[in-house]
Design a binder for this molecule. Sequence first.
Ligand SMILES: [Zn+2]
Length: 268
Amino acid sequence: MIKIKFFRSLQLIILLILTVLISSIIWTQFIMKDKNIVQDYRTLSMFSPELIIAYQEKYPSTWKDYIAILSAQHQLEGQNDSIIMNLHKQIDNKTLFEELIWPDKYPKYIKTAKYYRTLLDKYPVYTPDNYLFPLQGPSYFVDTYGADREGGARSHQGTDLFDKKGTPIFNVCDGTVEKLGWNRLGGERVGVRGNDGNYYYYAHLDKINTDLTIGQRITKGELIGTMGNTGDAITTPDHLHFGIELPNTEWLNPYPLLKVWEYHRFKH
Ligand SMILES: [Zn+2]
């Protein structure tokens, strides 16, 4: 009798341990991972595209170091000029990022700059020519992410790129075609699941490329369709609504990314 009771409780304990173990694996592998990705991308979308472009031009091999150092300067609480200059000087003198001598009075700044530096490697959204600007010529577009739509009922979750009806639209990165055809707001739309895990959304198309099928592989630069004003854009000038949805279904502000992609596509 006692023996049976002992085995019962042992079974229960093992079951309990297994449950805790499995849930913690699920938590760290899926839920936390998504949370980190979202936080990482949000941080990247706060970087200044103008600054990135300027440093990429001037320092093609070390721009990430400069940008990480500069973008973290809000952690210096105003005491920044000489510290930034000193760090930049070290990079000018070919010191590797991992070997920089940091100002030890500002541990928060150091931590942030190092975190930013890892992001630029981990998510190469600003790395020249890694992603393709979706139009064949420079376009007029501004940052309207978060602006009111339908009288404040929802907010704008992407960037609008204006050009003539029929302007070809190209796929920005390698991936798989996930959605094709009509939806109420987007009109004729194409959704591509990038190899990076993000969902790339092309809306208000006049015509979708008829060669595309759901589930097919699609490479960077392939034709998505042509620009139009279908869906809720019916009363507006022709434009491409371009969106990037992160794995947790939150929409990222694509504006700074588009700015950098546009620059690299047309600088020559
Ligand atoms: Zn839009």
